[in-house]
Design a protein around this ligand. Structure first.
Ligand code: PGA
Ligand code: ZN
Length: 443
């Protein structure tokens, strides 16, 4: 597909900072728009993100290289990597490259007239699809690590742990827990103001108080924690994980140690890999090379996927595939300072993520992702329902005629060869009775 136009502008993110939004237009008029989130507790090995003004200049300078050339996703991304020529994307900027990479993917999905998640799915599972000609993908529903309480760099209290999440299967259940916590905080006359990702951050609360509060409103759900230990203040101590796991229904722990503390990660994973989900984020930063090492050294069993940590869609999919092929779970995630771009919802469905981590069911930039997730689910459900009905109709056609004789009150019972919708019900009929019903206008 040929790129015929690239436009970029400054955009405000949820942390009152400038980011960029890029729009790519293709030769057939299809277009895609992508804005780039930013981290609050960033990993050191994340690619460089240029300030918005510089990023806009970089995009301007890329036009000469990109306009009127034919690209696929992989050739575009590898061309960007070549043009950049650095390991940390400090030349072009990871935000510049990702905004081009993702807006191109969106434009191509539009050109192909398929939803973005399906386009991503077909790229991600290309080898499987090519070999097995599997054309009707079954999309899975990821579980949601929904944020309820926040501390650390995201909050404003005494809790050193950054994120206290409930693992839920439905958005409704997540909202219910969120509202219960809100009511309880109101009752206790505590602040219900929300933190960076939309969750409550009650004054003075420490880790234990946060966990007790959250655990109190769970039924069969469990807790996922993002410790974000790399962002700990000097005075913060690494929690006693054994004690935490014994006291609360915790089944997932992310970033339990500093990103440079590989020895402790290894010890932790050795102890807990079989019991809980051990999630790498700041230590792996969606980087295929680092993730490979992490898998080899066995420091976890799941990884966070954040496209802007690495800077192109192709590399994001590479990291994802690497995790999936090695039996690691995948969690597609938003960022601390985000925009209303809902790309990560399509990404999560397209790659069959095990979990999504989109923050609280509050704040526009978080809600945007959940809303897109529901839109995709509705679409998938109605397609499945449609397929089911057509399968059923096919079976019914070979059924017996259900016409009831008004005199004998007996069903005809001959082999049917057509279906008629009568008062909302699909009824199989033989050709004789099809005509009878039709003439009588019983429909
Ligand atoms: P971020 O981290 O603030 O760097 O985006 C959020 C997270 O790890 O969940
Ligand atoms: Zn994290």
């Amino acid at each position: 597909m040929k790129i015929t136009d690239i436009k970029a502008r400054k955009l405000l993110n949820s942390k009152t900072a400038w980011t960029i939004e890029t729009t790519i237009t293709l030769e057939d008029g299809s277009f895609g728009k992508a804005s780039i989130p930013g981290g609050v507790s960033k990993g050191k090995t994340e690619v460089v993100s240029h300030p918005a003004n510089l990023a806009l200049q970089k995009i301007e300078s890329l036009k000469d290289f990109l306009l009127n050339k034919d690209f696929r996703q992989t050739s575009l991304d590898s061309y960007l990597l070549t043009l950049d020529g650095t390991n940390d994307k400090s030349n072009l900027g990871g935000n510049v490259m990702l905004s081009i990479s993702v807006s191109f993917a969106k434009a191509v999905a539009m050109a192909r007239n398929i939803p973005l998640y399906k386009h991503i799915y077909q790229m991600h599972y290309k080898d499987v699809l090519d070999n097995k000609k599997l054309f009707d993908p079954k999309f899975e529903r990821p579980e949601m690590m929904m944020l309820m309480l926040e501390g650390g760099l995201h909050g404003s209290n005494n809790a050193s742990i950054q994120e206290f999440m409930a693992i839920v299967n439905t958005i409704d259940r997540g909202i219910e827990i969120y509202k219960k916590i809100q009511e309880e905080l109101k009752r206790l006359k505590k602040s219900t103001n929300v933190g960076a990702e939309g969750a409550f951050s009650p004054d003075q609360y420490d880790n234990d108080q946060m966990l007790t509060l959250l655990a109190g409103f769970l039924k069969k759900e469990t807790i996922a924690l993002d410790i974000a230990a790399s962002s700990f203040k000097e005075t913060d101590k690494i929690p006693n994980y054994e004690e935490l796991l014994n006291s609360y229904p915790i089944t997932s722990i992310e970033d339990p140690y500093d990103e440079e503390d590989w020895p402790n990660w290894k010890i932790f994973a050795k102890k807990y890999n079989k019991k809980i989900t051990v999630v790498t984020d700041d230590i792996t930063t969606t980087n295929p090379t680092i993730l490979k090492k992490a898998i080899k050294e066995n420091i976890g069993n799941a990884t966070i996927v954040k496209p802007n940590q690495i800077g192109t869609l192709t590399e994001t999919l590479m990291a994802t595939k690497l995790a999936q092929e090695n039996g690691w779970e995948v969690i597609v995630s938003h960022r601390g300072s985000d925009t209303n771009d809902d790309f990560v919802a399509d990404l999560a469905i397209g790659i069959n993520a095990d979990y999504v981590k989109f923050g609280s069911p509050a704040r526009g930039e978080r809600v945007a992702k959940y809303n897109r997730l529901m839109e995709i689910w509705n679409e998938i459900d109605s397609k499945e329902a449609l397929k089911e009905t057509s399968d059923k109709l096919e079976i019914m056609k070979n059924d017996k005629c259900m016409y009831i004789d008004p005199v004998t009150k007996k069903a005809c019972g001959k082999k049917s060869n057509s279906i008629m919708k009568i008062q909302g019900e699909n009824v199989p009929l033989c050709s004789t009775h099809y005509n009878v019903v039709y003439r009588l206008g019983l429909r």
